[in-house]
Design a protein around this ligand. Structure first.
Ligand SMILES: N[C@@H](CCC(=O)N[C@@H](CS)C(=O)NCC(=O)O)C(=O)O
Length: 244
């Protein structure tokens, strides 16, 4: 029998798990073998759920998923994937049998250093997220389109307008993932994943869930085993409630 959940994890709805920030929390929960349940929220429900659980006055920009509730005493609720990983380390420590995730603190700097990569991804797949990754019956697609198009204009033409077209954005990816390529060149793809590996893998899963063909192209970005090694490392931690 499965153990009683110790954590409730809020992810976004959609045919497949796709939100990169939520992927990071799923990887962390699975890596630490913490029993949890997963609640999938429609996009328009994210801000109301944050106001209900976190604070009625939370700023719009901070009202995001993932959110976790720790169900055992003392009860805690928190959102934002890196603080969540830190909290999980604190509440489920190695001395109690929960494996420690390496390089959690280092991810903040890594995220800053790779900000252009995240921009390249967004420009490449924003329209695909709307078209393929979101639930088409629970209001998520309408919400995403309306909230993004206010600032970005038509989602359909973002790659063209802001990324310089598909070929240009793909060339940009070749530059933006070089750090991963160098890291994986020193590994055989069988070692223990760090939180930085989970961060990179979450972005790969994001692209793949938005557009399977772009997922294949990213996998083959360097025509080598960079992404195969990365995804082999994280594979054991992708199942569980709401996973794949
Ligand atoms: N820095 C945050 C980012 C979280 C984030 O941007 N989540 C998106 C989904 S991927 C969200 O909840 N957006 C809510 C909205 O746009 O209303 C983290 O790492 O958790």
């Amino acid at each position: 029998m499965a153990s009683e959940p110790l954590v409730r994890f809020y992810d976004l709805s959609g045919p497949k798990p796709w939100s990169p920030a939520c992927w990071r929390t799923r990887y962390a929960l699975n890596f630490k073998h913490i029993p949890y349940e997963c609640v999938k929220l429609p996009y328009p429900a994210v801000k109301p759920k944050c106001r209900e659980l976190l604070s009625p006055t939370i700023e719009d920009r901070d009202a995001t998923v993932p959110i976790i509730e720790i169900l055992q005493e003392p009860y805690v609720v928190l959102n934002d994937s890196t603080p969540i990983a830190e909290l999980l380390s604190e509440r489920f420590p190695e001395k109690d049998g929960y494996p420690e995730i390496k390089l959690v603190k280092e991810v903040e700097k890594y995220e800053e250093e790779t900000i252009f990569r995240q921009r390249a991804i967004f420009r490449w797949i924003c329209y695909d997220v709307w078209k393929n990754a979101l639930d088409d019956k629970d209001g998520s697609r309408e919400y995403f389109k309306t909230t993004r198009e206010v600032n970005l204009g038509s989602l359909e033409t973002i790659t063209e307008r802001r990324g310089g077209g598909d070929a240009a954005v793909y060339e940009d990816h070749k530059v933006q993932w070089l750090g991963l390529k160098e890291r994986m060149a020193k590994e055989d793809g069988t070692g223990e994943p760090s939180y930085i590996d989970f961060f990179d893998a979450s972005l790969f899963r994001y692209v793949e869930a938005a557009n399977a063909e772009k997922g294949v192209r990213l996998m083959n970005l360097y025509e080598d085993d960079t992404f195969t090694k990365l995804m082999n490392k994280v594979k054991p931690y992708e199942g569980g409630p709401g996973g794949i």
